[in-house]
Design a protein around this ligand. Sequence first.
Ligand SMILES: [Zn+2]
Length: 343
Amino acid sequence: MFAPLFIIFGIAAGRAQSMIEEIAVGLYKLEIPLVNSPLKALNSYVVKGAERNLIIDTGWNHKESLNAMHGGLKTLGVDLRITDFFITHMHSDHLGLLPSLRTDTSCAYMNGPDADRFNSGVPVDAFIDFARLNGFPEDELEASLLKHPGFRYRATQKMFFQIPKDGDVIQVGDFEFTCIETPGHSWGHMCLYEPRRKILISGDHILGDISPNIQLWSDEWNPLKAYLSNLEKVSGFDIELVLPGHRGILRNARERILDLRHHHEERLKEITSVLEKGPRNAFEIGSQISWDIVYDSWDVFPISQKWFAVGEVLAHLRYLEEEGIIQRKMQNQLRVYSLTGKP
Ligand SMILES: [Zn+2]
């Protein structure tokens, strides 16, 4: 039934190279470069319909991303005046280019929690306070947040979004995409599922050779708990092909979901075993666990990677705390975590 075509060709669009892959008739993957990011590129999916097109996720608000996008759209003959957008979540690598692409006649869909947070602007002071509370070195705080690519290459203007709800269907040509709420990687992350072709456009909910970053930067929720339950939710769908927000497409959805669960279970164990040596703050824990990136040691991690790492530690700490396995207290104006003794 489903016959992927995989016609791959490169295009030169100025200096930027964009790679186009035809996934199914009328459905294309565009690789949009993310300069200097370990993610390398954002996968933007383009669905061409007889009347209107849909672009799913866009790339950073950066000229290399924009050039590659324009080059790809030109090759595919996409007219932006009859093109709508679906953004899986508010992170800049997915949303950043939207203001440069949408036209007066475009509709842009994004989930409600992310749309609200995006339009309220980046709470820089709250991020910095939270990071300080969790042991981030004072001298690196503000400069490092401002250097963070997610901050530098974000879309800066407020935007109107059409807010889809779980189960809503977006029709493009003969594609019928069901919106699936999958919070965890972001407040309101949303995937699209095409039941006839058994395709899941997974955003950053499921990725292949890298695990989606689950971060916590405020006390408002338990993102890891949400994420794990939404992995479970998605594993109930009949999926032949996962089209993720980064790296290659996947055919083994169930297996990958099990791997991701396992990854977080191991991470929880690793954090618990660091705390067996004594109380620690989140930044210290981050420096003492293993990270699957190319740098030799924690000290030489670029500061933006330390934000990702500490945010990820915090999401796991919140989960362990709610399970009653660890507790936190204030010590010298820092949050310090220790084991409760509960297995
Ligand atoms: Zn992403």
